[in-house]
Design a protein around this ligand. Structure first.
Ligand SMILES: [Ca+2]
Length: 286
C-alpha cells in the first residue's frame, strides 16, 4: 500500500505542489521532433512512455495512492533527461520509505518500456514466451469476467495453470489453452457464465501487429468464441467449431498507447462449456 508513511506524504505533497503551482503547468508547448509533451513539459518519447506505464500500472493495483505515484513520476519525468534518470530518482525516493509496491511498479515499467525503442518488427510480447505464475509479469494478466462484467484477476495458480476456483468452475488459462465456464444444465461445476481473459497491458505506443494461433482441444459441444478486444472495442472474433483441431492463424493490426488493454477472450457460446478448451496464442510485434 502506497503512502503509509508520513514522510512520503510530505515529499509527495511538495512534489504535487511543484507540479501544479507553477505558471507553466497549463502551457502545452509544441515539442521538437523526437519529443512529446508530459504534463506541459517536452520530454523524450521513452520518458513519456515510462511515466505512462507507471501511471497505468499504478492505477490498476493501488487506486488509493495512484495519484500520488502519478504525480511523483510526472515530476521526475519532467526534470530528467533519460528514462534511467527517472527510474533512479523514483527508486531513491521510494526506497527511502521502503514502499515495495511502488518499487515493483517502477522497476517493472523500466524493463517493459525499454521495448518502446525496439525496431519495427520486434516482438514486444508473446503469450507463450511470457507466461508465468505472476500477475502483470511482462505486462500480462490472467483473468475472467462474469458474463459481460468487469475484468477480474484469477487468484489460483497451480504451477501450470491459472484458475478462478478449480473445484467450482472450468474457467482456466495456461501457457496455450483457455477454457470458459457456462451455465448450461448438466455440468458438475457451478452454473455461471465466465469469459476467460488473457490481458496484455501495452508497454508501447503506436501500431502493433498481433499474430494469432487457435485450435480446439476437444471435439464435442457447440464450439467456443474467441475475440480480440482493444480498450473495450472488439477488433476480431471467430467461433471455433467443435471439430476445428487444425491450427487457425490470423493476423490483425491495432493502435495502442502505453497502458492500453489488449484482451484475448474465450466464451462458451450460448452458455454451453462442454469441451470448450481452446488453444489461443498471441504474438505481438510493433
Ligand atoms: Ca461451447
Amino acid at each position: 500500500m502506497f503512502l503509509r508513511h508520513r514522510r512520503l506524504d510530505v515529499i509527495l505533497a511538495t512534489l504535487m505542489c511543484g507540479a501544479c503551482g507553477g505558471s507553466t503547468s497549463t502551457v502545452r508547448p509544441a515539442c521538437p521532433a523526437g519529443q512529446t509533451s508530459l504534463d506541459g513539459t517536452c520530454v523524450t518519447q521513452q520518458i513519456a512512455d515510462y511515466v505512462g506505464c507507471i501511471r497505468a500500472t499504478g492505477a490498476t493495483v493501488a487506486s488509493d495512492n495512484a495519484r500520488s505515484l502519478s504525480a511523483a513520476a510526472g515530476v521526475a519525468g519532467a526534470t530528467a533527461s533519460t528514462q534511467a534518470e527517472v527510474k533512479d530518482k523514483l527508486e531513491k525516493r521510494y526506497a527511502t520509505v521502503s514502499d515495495a509496491n511502488a518499487l515493483e511498479i517502477i522497476r517493472h515499467c523500466a524493463s517493459s518500456t525499454s521495448a518502446t525503442t525496439a525496431p519495427s518488427g520486434e516482438v514486444v510480447a508473446d503469450s507463450v514466451r511470457d507466461f508465468s505464475g505472476a500477475q502483470r509479469q511482462g505486462g500480462w494478466q490472467y483473468g475472467y469476467s462474469v458474463g459481460a462484467g468487469e475484468f477480474r484477476n484469477m487468484s489460483e495458480f497451480d504451477g501450470r495453470r491459472w484458475s478462478v476456483d478449480h473445484t467450482a468452475y472450468w474457467t482456466m488459462i495456461d501457457a496455450e489453452v483457455m477454457h470458459p465456464n457456462g451455465m448450461q444444465a448438466g455440468s458438475p461445476m457451478k452454473r455461471e457464465d465466465h469469459v476467460a481473459i488473457r490481458r496484455w497491458v501495452s508497454t508501447v505506443s503506436g501500431t502493433i501487429d498481433i499474430a494469432l494461433r487457435l485450435a480446439r482441444t476437444g471435439d464435442c459441444g457447440n464450439g467456443a468464441t474467441a475475440r480480440v478486444i482493444v480498450d473495450g472495442a472488439e477488433k476480431w472474433a471467430r467461433t471455433l467449431k467443435p471439430e476445428e483441431h487444425d491450427e487457425l492463424t490470423q493476423s490483425i493490426g491495432a493502435n495502442v498507447h502505453v497502458g492500453s488493454h489488449v484482451d484475448f477472450t474465450l466464451d462458451a457460446r450460448d452458455h454451453d462449456d462442454l469441451c470448450d478448451g481452446s488453444k489461443f496464442i498471441a504474438t505481438i510485434k510493433r
